[in-house]
Design a protein around this ligand. Structure first.
Ligand code: ARG
Length: 496
């Protein structure tokens, strides 16, 4: 039981209490962020003359050695320390002696963990954006190839009006585009550095918070020190955005499951993304789609849990906040995995275009167009609606459809019908006449696709903000260069 805070204590911590309190089992994920934060902190301490240049060089070298040893597997992050912060400090002191004990000058684990979690989350926001971008590219490619792949559009899961596959996918394109916009919003709002807030009330050392913020690629330091250590809004926003991503994926999965059912057979999911049954040899199940739909629940769970954890916490840091980690990590992993698998499934899914077109023709999806035809002949829309209603009833009784009726049959319901009705209610006409902005007509779809293409050309969030330092927190060359520079600049000489 290695602790950073033994001085004030006489008795030993109860073993179960120690285990209950310890977070190393899960916050070891923050190892790289913790090292990066410490690098920035120590470089700043030296710059401000709080540590000597020699001390800084020694600590930076020690941190780099620890990082390399953990990366190579030579050093294991075991559970002998309470948390990842204690682990790094303990290993550092073992390696470089008493200078290691100076690392935590002017810092608390409260601003340290606030920083680590922010750095980690920021990285995951960028990754999620990238995966959403991959999904959008697949959607757009399918749209480009399916401008005239007809299918029924539904309301109440009842056939409504004919649309195209391009139009249907276009709806999801908009949803996932908004998800990406949420990532960008979250990134911009969260990108302020809490380091230097201390335990809650800043410190008495002349810390240069602007400097650490810029070293770590933040837009600047956070403002109020109490808020800095107890803010987890950005995490809640991220979980809310991830929940929305999952809601979108889940709706899409539900549709794919329906399209893949024996009754519909609109699509065939590739073998790579289907599974069989242990007893029924004929089965090819859409398990991936079902699992993505199911995993939506655990991401919503993470959001609800964190909101509940935070709701009763007085300012500033309280240990409750340690509970932000496991569920957030799980939600982040879940969403990334779901996005990767879902995108792969979509990329390889085949469409049975004839079945889709036949289905689009059945179910009176051209009834609105028949009514619009009568309106074109001068019949008021409400009367046209009633006439076509009677026509549908007639077809239902005869088990046929509008386009299959003879002109006499049609004219027996309304004298306004003429030979051109057949063209007017054909699938092609029904879709092509839908010209309003956002409708499935080919002109509108071509415009939407061109617009989508130029949107994708803007690149990922990471590419867009490429000018900001340290976007990949653990390996960004600027930060590594800074460490090396600092070592070169300060290494060797000490003021002692
Ligand atoms: N493991 C803690 C967490 O995740 C780190 C901060 C500990 N701070 C403290 N005052 N005990 O929140």
């Amino acid at each position: 039981m290695a602790q950073l805070w033994g001085g004030r204590f006489v008795g030993e911590t109860d073993r179960t209490a120690y285990d209950f309190n310890a977070s190393i089992g899960f916050d070891k994920r923050l190892f790289y962020e913790d090292i990066e934060g410490s690098r920035a902190h120590v470089a700043m301490l030296a710059k401000e003359g709080i540590l000597t240049q020699g001390e800084c060089g020694l600590i930076l070298q020690g941190l780099t050695d620890i990082q390399e040893d953990v990366s190579s597997g030579k050093l294991e992050i075991d559970d002998t320390c309470e948390d990842i912060h204690s682990f790094v400090e303990a290993r550092l002191t073992e390696r470089i002696g008493d200078t290691g004990k100076k690392l935590h000058t002017g810092r608390s684990r409260n601003d340290q963990v606030a920083l680590d979690m922010k750095l980690y989350t920021r990285k995951r926001v960028l990754r999620t954006d990238e995966l959403l971008n991959d999904l959008l590219s697949v959607l757009l490619a399918v749209m480009e190839e399916n401008l005239d792949t007809y299918m029924p559009g539904f309301t109440h899961l009842q056939k409504a009006q004919p649309i195209t596959l391009a139009h249907h996918y276009g709806a999801y394109f908009e949803m996932f585009r908004r998800d990406r916009q949420r990532m960008a919003d979250i990134y911009r709002r969260m990108n302020y550095c809490p380091l230097g807030a201390g335990a809650l009330a800043g410190t008495t050392y002349p810390l240069n918070r602007e400097y650490t913020a810029s070293l770590l690629g933040f837009a600047g330091p956070t403002s109020n020190s109490m808020d800095s250590v107890s803010d987890r809004d950005y995490l809640i926003e991220f979980l809310a955005a991830l929940s929305t991503v999952m809601m979108h994926l889940s709706r899409f999965c539900e549709e794919i499951i329906i399209w893949n059912s024996n009754e519909y057979q609109f699509v065939e999911i590739d073998d790579a993304y289907s599974t069989g049954s242990s007893i029924m040899p004929q089965k090819k199940n859409p398990d991936i789609a079902e699992l993505v739909r199911g995993k939506t629940g655990r991401v919503y769970g993470a959001l609800t849990a964190l909101l509940t954890i935070m709701k009763g916490i007085p300012l500033a840091y309280n240990k409750d906040m340690q509970e932000d980690k496991e569920l957030s990590f799980d939600a982040m992993d879940t969403v990334e995995n779901c996005l990767v698998l879902f995108t792969g499934m979509l990329r390889t899914m085949k469409f049975r275009k004839e079945r889709m077109a036949t289905s689009a023709m059945n179910g009176f999806t051209n009834a609105t167009d028949a009514a619009d035809y009568l309106v074109g002949k001068g019949v008021p829309f409400r009367d046209a609606h009633a006439i076509v209603g009677r026509l549908v009833l007639y077809c239902v009784e005869k088990n046929t459809s509008i386009e299959k009726l003879s002109l006499e049959e049609l004219r027996s319901v309304s004298g306004q019908f003429e030979e051109d009705i057949y063209e007017a209610v054909s699938l092609k006409t029904c879709v092509e006449k839908r010209l309003t902005l956002g409708a499935p007509g080919p002109e509108q779809m071509k415009r939407a696709i061109a617009e989508g293409r130029s949107y994708l050309e803007e690149g990922t969030l990471q590419e867009q903000i490429g000018g900001i330092q340290n976007l990949q927190v653990t390996t960004h060359p600027d930060i590594l260069a800074k460490s090396v520079e600092t070592i070169n600049e300060f290494g060797g000489e000490t003021n002692e």
